[in-house]
Design a protein around this ligand. Structure first.
Ligand code: TTP
Length: 184
């Protein structure tokens, strides 16, 4: 049995485009981590999520974690609206990285990796940032935005896998295929 260890509806939706049969379980792993490198941080959290679910249910388990970073500085999920405002101000007019770490535990082995997508935001004025925050969209998302929603408007360009920004790089699907799962 294939298990997605995630409470993110976006991850479930992306995986379901490619794989028919899987279960979803919310991960109970600790989400705080002292690593400061975005790749190491995202992979470590993905590994914890996968291990936690694997310990409880067995099977083949996928864990993933997405972080937004700018100049090597990690922006997690906003704690409140002011925090979201500061993050979006920081991203305005600049290029940032979205990194998703993933870990697949299969037949007792860990297959971990990470994917980075670069995103350039247009200049955002304070009124637009405030209006966006009022939609509630930023609050459960790394970097305080969702590219799949209204923040799609903020993007000048993107380099790399779009699905990675939403939280589920398609490299995971290719890895699953290598491990023998039927995709498409
Ligand atoms: C940048 C960005 C992030 N996100 C989301 C993806 C992730 O769900 C979230 C980052 O938080 P994560 O901790 O990676 O994931 P999660 O807590 O939502 O789910 P779980 O740990 O149970 O798997 O931000 C978007 O949906 N769109 C975006 O454009």
């Amino acid at each position: 049995m294939l298990i997605l260890a995630s409470s993110s509806p976006r991850r479930r939706e992306i995986l379901s485009k490619f794989i028919e049969d899987f279960e979803v379980v919310p991960s109970e792993a600790e989400e705080r981590c002292s690593l400061s490198d975005p790749v190491q941080y995202a992979v470590e959290l993905a590994r914890r999520k996968a291990k936690d679910a694997h310990g409880r249910f067995g099977g083949t388990v996928i864990g993933a974690d997405t972080v937004v970073s700018i100049n090597g500085h990690i922006l997690g999920k906003p704690k409140d609206e002011e925090h979201a405002f500061r993050m979006l101000k920081m991203l305005s007019g600049r290029v940032h990285q979205v990194t998703t770490g993933y870990c697949i535990i299969h037949s007792g082995e860990e297959h971990c990796g990470s994917v980075v997508t670069e995103v350039k935001f247009r200049e955002l004025d304070d009124g637009l940032i405030r209006a966006y925050i009022r939609t509630g969209e930023p609050m459960d998302k790394a970097g305080a935005y969702g590219i799949q929603g209204k923040a799609g408007l903020f993007v000048e360009w993107i380099k790399g896998d779009y699905y990675n920004v939403v939280g589920f790089p398609l490299e995971i699907v290719w890895k699953l295929r290598e491990l023998g799962f039927k995709v498409i």
